[in-house]
Design a protein around this ligand. Structure first.
Ligand SMILES: CC(C)(COP(=O)(O)OP(=O)(O)OC[C@H]1O[C@@H](n2cnc3c(N)ncnc32)[C@H](O)[C@@H]1O)[C@@H](O)C(=O)NCCC(=O)NCCS
Ligand SMILES: Nc1ncnc2c1ncn2[C@@H]1O[C@H](COP(=O)(O)OP(=O)(O)OP(=O)(O)O)[C@@H](O)[C@H]1O
Length: 196
């Protein structure tokens, strides 16, 4: 059986990755959502609660990981973030392998991976799609989120490959600074071309 073509979907914070991933799913393309996997692994009863509690005492409870609290410990502290990533990323990679086996017959699959460039994942996908919007649109979207502050936004941006570089390295750029219907049409068109 031929392997599906693997699309790596990425973009900086607030650029619209999750929205565009949902558009690919509506176009019939199976989507692996790395963030959702992290949330499941860190949620109530999740496999990673014990190792995270051991490494970051007091950050887990009956509701799973307290993400705000853990975020405060790791964003802005490279050593702590590295320790968390060493717990989380191998578990996500195992789930991604399983997803690929489950969808071995599909012509096209999407890996929605926020840190595709940052962690070198672009080398193991066939095509890179970057979602991008003007900086002021990104900023407005992110600061509108509950719990977000300009300081946290700046810390997260500093950890991410800049948008301009992502766009330069992309095989395809999806513009999300336009009306949703226009983005959705672009995604449908790209999905059809890539599935051929
Ligand atoms: C620290 C945690 C609990 C904070 O959760 P919270 O819900 O507050 O934030 P969220 O996950 O929505 O992330 C907010 C923004 O930060 C970015 N971000 C998250 N982790 C990282 C990281 N390791 N490096 C750079 N940016 C990151 C996200 O892409 C997003 O743009 C969580 O981000 C986490 O467990 N991160 C480590 C795992 C990871 O690398 N996840 C992202 C890729 S799968
Ligand atoms: N044309 C568009 N394409 C995508 N999103 C849009 C568009 N116009 C407006 N939006 C809005 O922008 C927001 C994008 O948020 P989304 O959660 O998809 O970003 P994200 O890149 O996944 O974020 P993060 O990296 O922080 O997880 C949504 O509220 C969405 O409705």
């Amino acid at each position: 059986m031929t392997q599906p073509r693997i699309v790596g979907l990425t973009g900086s914070i607030g650029m619209g990755k999750s929205t565009v991933a949902a558009m690919f799913a509506r176009a019939g393309v199976p989507v692996f959502d790395a963030d959702a996997e992290v949330r499941a692994l860190q949620g109530p009863g999740g496999d990673l609660l014990a190792p995270i509690e051991a490494a970051f005492p007091g950050t887990t409870g009956p509701d799973g990981v307290d993400r705000d609290r853990l975020g405060r410990e790791v964003f802005g502290n490279a050593e702590a973030l590295g320790r968390l990533e060493a717990i989380v990323h191998p578990a996500v990679a195992r789930r991604r392998e399983r997803f690929l086996l489950e969808h071995a017959g599909a012509p096209l699959v999407v890996f929605d991976i926020p840190l595709l460039f940052e962690k070198g994942g672009h080398a193991s996908v066939d095509t890179v799609v970057v979602v991008s919007a003007p900086e002021d649109v990104q900023r407005e979207r992110v600061l509108a989120r509950p719990g977000m502050t300009p300081e946290k936004f700046a810390q997260i941006l500093a950890l991410q490959v800049p948008d301009a570089e992502k766009r330069r390295r992309a095989d395809h750029v999806i513009d999300t600074g336009v009306p949703l219907a226009q983005t959705e049409a672009a995604v449908r068109d790209l999905a059809a071309r890539l599935a051929r």
